[in-house]
Ligand binder design. Sequence first.
Ligand code: FES
Length: 129
Amino acid sequence: MAETANRLICASADLANSGKAVRFEATDAHGHVVSALVFRYQGRIFAYHNSCRHIPVELDLTDGEVFDLTGHYLVCSMHGALYHPESGLCVGGPCRGQRLTPLNVSERDGQVFCVTAAARGDTEKNGER
Ligand code: FES
């Protein structure tokens, strides 16, 4: 199993159920820095690239407000595509059937981390396997 590295994103207490998401920067498969969101839904945390599958704009535009009024779907602020928070599947709108790009996140000791494959020289390595 490959080693992983954890990068601190925020405190667990920053993520309320169906509440405001926390924005952070992640690296995509090509090594480009991309905008990302982490949020809590029904007690669990999830993270995705902050990019709509219809047009690659940020879902929340600026502020982490990404849940719809029901608190059960993520909504794109541009044209209203609805995504299921657990799967990232678009269930309504112009990109129905497509999925947000997921990111690995973990939560321990009251903190939320982005989990990535460890690069040589990473200082905070995760020894858990
Ligand atoms: S850009 Fe998100 S629904 Fe059109």
